[in-house]
Write a new protein. Structure first.
Length: 621
């Protein structure tokens, strides 16, 4: 049975070659016991060797050319396949032509070192394009991979796949329902639907063809349903109730009328990602071979940066009372060392919904996500339901990095939803921690002159203190419009009052103060006690205190959207927000514990299908 295809760099998807293969690699032990003249000769020979990528994938190689597949997409994660699935006897099947040397090896990360073990070395001599299967034997550790070296000019590697020769057919018959929530991102949706149609629904060779359907919640109500929908792609118009409302609507559509589509697993995916359908196929293959003890496992996809496609942002995470821990962040997946480290299993509590697959057995009419709009819905559902999380190299999406994004209105949702999540999953987080958080937010936002953010933060806490009734009696779509209007709105750069110079902005990103000035900055509340004299242009998402010291006006610039908003120092605003937060801390003393008790006692009232039908306005249809 095929387990994993050999993948190639692809125009329009990902052309980062080292994610897929390494060419003309010198073995780690290449220079052992070699004198300098021989070493130079061998190095010159390797540098002269050439590897040519062919249209559509595959390589032709001149004599000495070498291709190695100890990579993110083409290494084989043997430990995880053996742990979670019934895979036992792994081979690699390759289509070859010419005179080549095929070497099978394993690599293991241990105590900060990469240990390589050669398993098989076999020559192939063929004048025609032919398939050969090479078994790895009983190796159970690390990454399995193969190398192809040309023994003469004109050698060709056309492609191949990893397989288990002992498994003839899947032991399970999963069917995946992709659940996508979107809001006015037609371009992304059309692109991803096009990929699914081309590679799955209109491809008779795809193993997913009869095992995949798509459910899209159109929160913006802007998609052309007649054009994009089909018998496999179901699109519904939905109220703008954020990711929680959109993803929950998708789950409700799957459950509708007793799950007539036969969906066994929901795959929740963001709308603005780039994805290779091979990630979905690999997910399907794992599901089809799961051991009984892992039948309830979630499968998570890592997030890689869309601007730097070899850099990983996160692969699994834990909540930590709201101080999120992103596992394996900033790894360079071009590097085998990082790929091996990435396979080490660490403590995880959830996987973000940019790519998260879980069994529909989890989803019942009494066990739906919480209505917490955005920020916290995915992690809460994972904390509530996830027992095992399978993460594997090669299952991923590309997404715009969060450091390039900033939305003022999120201050409301971040604190409100953090309080809800902590109530259910970190109850020891109490009044003292909350008061510390609100005062810390006041200090931070006042130093940046973002006084509206203090209002948003305060409102988020107050709405939590209202308990379950707040969610039962609130129109989520109407509330979101109010929250959006209450925050700072970025406008095109030609509408701001300050002349924009990019060098000024770049300088702010690396602002450093002397020890004396940094001490003075802290003693004077970041310059509040000194006369203001600067106009600063800073990063909207990554601003630092030194960058705005003694500023009288700050322009917060979004480099990706080329928009900005302005804030000006105001002692009056800072003092007013001080008393606002002071009043809030008094409310916390009287109401916080009661609100927690209410959520713990009545929380199920906002997790069931009756609530969601009303919340989404479906009870009136």
């Amino acid at each position: 049975m095929k387990l994993q295809k050999i993948l190639w760099p692809t125009e329009g998807l990902c052309t980062e070659e080292k994610l897929y293969l390494h060419t003309n690699v010198i073995d780690d032990d290449f220079n052992i016991n070699r004198d300098e003249n021989h070493l130079k000769s061998d190095l010159n020979f390797i540098n002269r060797s050439k590897v040519y990528m062919m249209p559509g994938g595959g390589f032709s190689l001149d004599k000495g050319g070498k291709v190695e597949f100890d990579t993110y997409f083409n290494g084989f994660s043997i430990e995880k396949w053996r742990k979670y699935t019934q895979v036992k006897e792994v081979s690699v099947n390759l289509e070859l032509q010419g005179d080549v040397l095929v070497t099978l090896s394993s690599k293991l990360f241990l105590h900060g070192e990469v240990l390589k073990k050669e398993l098989v070395r076999q020559e192939v001599h063929t004048t025609e394009r032919s398939s050969y299967s090479f078994p790895f034997g009983n190796e159970e550790k690390g990454m399995l991979y193969f190398e192809v070296t040309a023994l003469s000019d004109g050698a060709v590697l056309y492609g191949g796949y990893y397989e288990d020769t002992a498994i003839e057919k899947p032991v399970r018959q999963p069917k995946i329902g992709i659940d996508i929530c979107t809001f006015k991102r037609e371009r992304y949706i059309e692109k991803n639907i096009g990929l699914l149609n081309a590679h799955v629904f209109n491809n008779p060779d795809s193993p997913l063809q009869e095992h995949l359907e798509v459910f899209i919640s159109d929160n913006g109500q802007t998609l052309d349903i007649d054009k994009l929908g089909s018998d496999k792609i179901h699109i519904v118009r939905n109220k703008n109730t954020g990711g929680a409302g959109g993803f929950t609507r998708g789950l409700m559509e799957i459950l509708k009328n007793g799950n007539p589509h036969g969906i066994t697993h929901a795959l929740l995916m963001d709308d603005d990602i780039t994805i290779d359908t091979e990630s979905i196929e690999k997910t399907y293959t794992i599901l089809s071979l799961l051991k009984d003890e892992y039948a309830d496992a979630f499968i998570g996809g890592a997030m890689l940066r869309i601007d730097k496609p070899n850099i990983q942002v996160e692969s699994g995470a834990s909540w930590n009372a709201g101080n999120l821990i992103s596992n394996k962040s900033n790894l360079n997946m071009n590097v085998t060392w990082d790929c091996l480290f990435n396979e080490i299993e660490e403590y995880t509590e959830f996987n973000a919904w940019w790519y998260c697959c879980f069994p529909m057995d989890v989803v019942t009419e009494e066990n739906l996500p919480l209505p917490i709009f955005i920020r916290g819905d995915d992690l809460e559902y994972g904390l509530r339901n996830m027992k095992h999380l399978i993460l594997m190299n090669g299952i991923c999406v590309w997404h715009e990095p969060f450091e390039n994004k900033y939305s003022s209105f999120l201050e409301y949702y971040i604190i409100r939803n953090r309080l809800v999540d902590n109530t259910f999953h970190f109850p020891d987080w109490g009044k003292a921690q909350l008061k510390k958080a609100v005062w810390g937010q006041w200090r931070r936002e006042c130093k940046f002159y973002r006084y509206k953010n203090v209002d948003l933060h305060t409102r988020g806490v107050k709405d939590f203190l209202k308990g379950v009734d707040f969610f039962l009696n609130t129109d989520g779509e109407k509330l979101h419009k109010e929250i959006m209007a209450a925050g700072y709105k970025a406008v095109p750069m030609d509408q701001i009052s300050v002349p924009f110079h990019y060098k000024t902005y770049e300088a702010s990103r690396t602002t450093k103060l002397s020890i004396l000035h940094n001490t003075l900055r802290k003693l004077t509340l970041n310059g509040y006690l000194l006369p203001a004299k600067h106009i600063r242009i800073v990063s909207m998402a990554q601003v630092t205190f030194p960058a705005v010291w003694r500023a009288k006006k700050i322009v917060f610039y979004d480099v990706t959207a080329n928009k900005a908003f302005e804030c000006e120092r105001s002692w009056g605003q800072a003092v007013a927000k001080f008393f606002q937060v002071l009043g809030l801390t008094i409310q916390i003393d009287f109401k916080y514990n009661k609100a927690k008790e209410d959520f713990l006692k009545r929380g199920n009232e906002i997790k069931n299908i009756q609530f969601w039908s009303k919340y989404l306005g479906l009870d009136k249809q």
